[in-house]
Design a protein around this ligand. Structure first.
Ligand code: NAD
Length: 262
């Protein structure tokens, strides 16, 4: 059998970019996946690409809404009969400096990433505790949760909030066999809606390079001189939720080709 056969996953923000790569990998390894995203059409299209209702369903969910989050968890129970793995991936970046950041900007960043992942983890934890089968909660945090990036105060602060959720939930849910870990990507330009939606242009301006050269720019500043792709983040999710890392919780894995270590 495939390594994740019989596992049921919920991935937020999985209609695009890193989340979509994660959903794709999980299905390839035998799991069934609920693709929950703000954008229903894209969520359903992503599910259709993966083979549809037997292995993947797309649902509309704003992670800032308690009702939407509960409905996403319920969708996993209804469609696939359980829940084993949750990936807090939904996110956005406004890429603003301190002086540019409005209260509305601050609230939006924190609503989607800090509050959103709290709501998803809480709804999921109720099921995981009740099932008594353990499970995994994984946060797609960021290198920026630890290291200061320019012009990104609200984004980075909320990523740091997510990092602390990882540590707190690892402590709180350990006795139920639920592992909670984070992944810190950096510079995933290709395939990322965040980069395509304006962040890339702003980053390129900050670093003084053309936007089309941003992937190369990020690659040259890494230790490995490699561009990080959505699939590289998906690989880390896969490794975290196979039995091979059964004794690892409260950890953050960098997927940044070595930038944080430089
Ligand atoms: P993306 O824009 O391709 O994917 C984000 C997805 O989240 C989109 O499909 C979007 O519709 C969805 N989303 C946004 N707000 C939502 C909400 N309120 N409720 C539900 N879904 C919502 O971007 P990506 O680069 O794939 O980013 C995915 C995650 O990875 C984010 O949390 C991001 O902060 C994190 N991350 C990305 C990078 C990178 O280099 N791209 C680096 C570090 C961390």
């Amino acid at each position: 059998p495939k390594p994740l056969a019989g596992r049921i996953a919920l991935v937020t923000g999985a209609a695009s970019g890193i989340g979509k790569a994660i959903a794709t990998r999980l299905v390839a390894e035998g799991a069934c996946v609920v693709i929950a995203d703000l954008d229903l059409e894209k969520a359903q299209a992503a599910a259709a690409e993966l083979g549809n209702t037997d292995v993947a369903i797309g649902v509309q969910a704003n992670v800032t809404s308690e009702e939407d989050v509960q409905a996403s968890v319920d969708a996993a129970l209804l469609a696939f009969g359980g829940l084993d793995l949750v990936v807090n991936n939904a996110g956005l970046s406004l890429s603003k400096s301190l002086l540019e950041t409005t209260v509305a900007d601050w609230d939006l960043q924190h609503d989607v990433m800090a509050k959103g992942s709290f709501l998803v983890s809480r709804a999921a934890a109720r099921v995981l505790i009740d099932q008594k089968l353990g499970g995994d909660i994984i946060y797609i945090s960021s290198k920026n949760s630890v290291f200061a990036g320019p012009n990104n105060i609200a984004y980075s602060a909320t990523k740091a909030d997510q990092a602390h959720q990882v540590r707190l939930l690892a402590a709180e849910l350990g006795e139920y066999g639920v592992k909670v870990n984070g992944i810190n990507p950096d510079g995933v330009v290709r395939g990322s809606g965040i980069f395509a939606g304006g962040w890339g242009a702003k980053r390129a301006a900050v670093y003084g390079v053309d936007e089309e050269d941003l992937g190369k720019y990020y690659a040259q500043r890494t230790l490995l001189k490699r561009e990080v792709l959505p699939e590289n983040v998906a690989n880390a999710v896969f490794v975290l939720c196979t039995g091979d890392l059964s004794h690892t919780t409260g950890l953050h894995i960098p997927v940044d080709a070595g930038v944080a270590a430089a």
